[in-house]
Design a protein around this ligand. Structure first.
Ligand code: BTN
Length: 143
């Protein structure tokens, strides 16, 4: 009987700590950097999955641009770390949106695997075709 109680308590503890582990990992909140050297900070995610933050890109499509911090806003699913966010660049007339998912490696490292669309300003409708770029970014957590 005692052994069963012990086993029950042990399983309960595992569940509780497992839950805490999941909560801690793959939370978008915090500071992240990507493979280009860009940095972003995600502030707290609210109860409906909305979040805001800031983005500092390491690169720009505009040569000689004076890169500045830009605001980001996004949403994340509450049960799974599937998300989307958008940055309206503060120093050029373009916007970028990312969609992605957070994964945890076997060593416990969180990675945000994302795909982005960058939209620049077309001078004319005829130039519309040229102003959308697509790519991938991988973000890892900064300490
Ligand atoms: C622009 O030059 O139009 C604004 C900056 C765009 C930076 C892009 S967005 C996708 C990719 N990931 C980054 O961190 N920076 C580039």
């Amino acid at each position: 009987m005692r052994r069963r109680t012990f086993l029950f308590c042990f399983l309960c503890l595992c569940q509780v700590s497992g839950f805490a582990f999941l909560q801690q990992k793959c939370s978008l909140k915090g500071r992240w950097k990507n493979e280009l050297g860009s940095n972003m900070t995600v502030k707290a995610v609210d109860g409906s999955g909305l979040f805001t933050g800031s983005y500092f890109t390491a690169v720009s499509t505009q040569q000689g641009a004076h890169i500045k911090e830009s605001a980001l806003s996004g949403q994340v699913q509450l049960k799974h770390p599937v998300f989307g966010f958008l940055v309206k660049w503060s120093f050029v007339e373009s916007v970028t949106s990312w969609v992605g998912q957070c994964f945890v490696s076997q060593t416990g490292e969180e990675r945000l695997e994302t795909t982005w669309l960058l939209r620049g300003k077309a001078k004319t409708e005829g130039d519309d075709w040229s102003q959308t770029r697509v790519g991938k970014d991988v973000f890892t957590r900064l300490p």
